[in-house]
Every structure is written in structure tokens, then in C-alpha cells.
Ligand binder design. Structure first.
Ligand SMILES: [Zn+2]
Length: 103
């Protein structure tokens, strides 16, 4: 396993805390509204990029140290170990069991 990436700490006084966007249940489309502020989304993306997450091409899972082989994670490979040749892969789009695409 490669060593963890360098982590640069930001001094606490350099961070401006912002509240999350308000949750408005009266909005019929509230589930599609952002749950994080723009700054928090930026921080989350920077974390994901720095943490070297891996993406499984079959199930769309984005996580750490997924034991990828040919861009397919260990979970998918184990789930399809005894798959019939004509059957779709278990956690695939063909089986409607893949995860939504990443943000
Ligand atoms: Zn997978």
C-alpha cells in the first residue's frame, strides 16, 4: 500500500465557518437542493482528489483502496465469481444495480 498523501492542515483561524443551506420542505424540489455550501462542496472535492479515491468502472463506487483490477473493484469481482456467462454483472448498469454517477 502506498504511503498516505501529504495532508496540509489549515489553521483554524483561517477557516470561515458557514452554515449549510437551509432545508426548505415547502419547496417541492427540496431533495435536489444542495445540502452543502459551495465552499464545503469545494473542500469535499479537494479531499476526494487528495485522498486518491478509486472509481470502479462497473458499479460506479468511489472509495479508497478498492483492490481494482482492470478498473473493477474487489466487491464486484467477488459478487460475480459464479456468474453465468450470459447473465449481467450483479452491480452493473445492465442489472440496474450500479450507483448513480458521482457529483
Ligand atoms: Zn465495483
Amino acid at each position: 500500500m502506498p504511503p498516505p498523501p501529504e495532508i496540509q492542515r489549515v489553521p483554524r483561524d483561517a477557516v470561515t465557518l458557514q452554515p449549510d443551506p437551509p432545508l426548505d420542505f415547502s419547496d417541492a424540489d427540496y431533495l435536489n437542493n444542495p445540502a452543502l455550501s459551495r465552499d464545503d462542496v469545494k473542500l469535499l472535492r479537494e479531499f476526494h482528489n487528495a485522498a486518491k479515491q478509486e472509481l470502479c468502472a462497473r458499479c460506479n463506487a468511489l472509495w479508497f483502496d478498492m483492490d481494482l483490477k482492470d478498473n473493477v473493484c474487489g466487491c464486484c469481482r467477488r459478487a460475480d465469481k459464479s456468474r453465468d456467462d450470459n447473465a449481467p454483472f450483479l452491480y452493473s448498469a445492465a442489472n440496474d444495480m450500479d450507483r448513480p454517477s458521482q457529483y
